[in-house]
Ligand binder design. Structure first.
Ligand SMILES: [Zn+2]
Length: 220
């Protein structure tokens, strides 16, 4: 795991020097969306979800048959495994619409990055959204470890290692430490993906899901 992260950071550091600023990717392959319309579609679907007006689109046998030969999802979602934040429901999308990669605390490793790359390069997806959410268990576990020094069980170490820098940076801020950590971590993941030359053709955004209102807001 540690070597994954080191390799990733090395690539990212090189990419940060070489990468052009993130820009809206043109729909060069006849893809129905560019990054701007893709983000608008996600946010429109989220408004439907948050207000109880979900359409549950693209959920038919006909759609399944249409997609059997090929898929053309319009957004990559890098999100948390939290059972309350399923991207297809949160954005009111359906079969074949989203390529979702979910890890606890939406932490990155090589498998996640390879999956994003598959979406951006092979499927020509114009938009990557890193989706954090409030009251994240992975963030809570990290803060608990930092508060108490208690050992972290086995594989959870990866989560704590990835989220700790954001927790340390925000510890002195007034307000909700967990919320600050989640926001900082989500932005960090966004910036890491943005800086990686493998994803240059896509626009990369960060967003926060509110468990209470059901609303997604794009992070500046
Ligand atoms: Zn979470």
């Amino acid at each position: 795991m540690a070597s994954n992260r080191r390799a990733f950071l090395t690539v990212t550091a090189v990419g940060a020097l070489a990468a052009a600023p993130a820009a809206a990717a043109p729909a060069t392959t006849g893809h129905p969306h560019d990054s701007r319309t893709a983000l608008a579609e996600l946010l429109a679907g989220n408004r439907r979800y948050a207000t109880g007006r979900s359409r549950h689109p693209h959920d038919t046998v006909h759609r399944r048959h249409l997609l059997a030969g090929a898929q053309h999802p319009f957004a990559v979602i890098v999100g948390c495994i939290d059972s309350r934040v399923p991207p297809e429901l949160v954005f009111d999308q359906g079969l074949g619409d989203l390529l979702c990669i979910r890890t606890a605390g939406h932490v990155l490793d090589e498998a996640v990055l390879a999956s994003v790359q598959y979406g951006v390069e092979e499927l020509r997806i114009p938009l990557v959204v890193v989706l954090g959410h409030e009251r994240c268990g992975a963030v809570a576990a990290t803060l608990e470890h930092l508060r108490t020094g208690a050992p972290v069980p086995a594989h959870l170490n990866l989560l704590v290692d990835e989220i700790t820098p954001s927790a340390r940076r925000t510890r002195a801020l007034p307000g909700d430490w967990a919320e600050h950590t989640m926001t900082a971590h989500t932005r960090w993941v966004r910036d890491a993906v943005r800086a990686d030359p493998a994803f240059r053709r896509a626009h990369v955004a960060a967003a926060r899901f509110d468990l209470d209102t059901g609303l997604v807001s794009v992070l500046p």
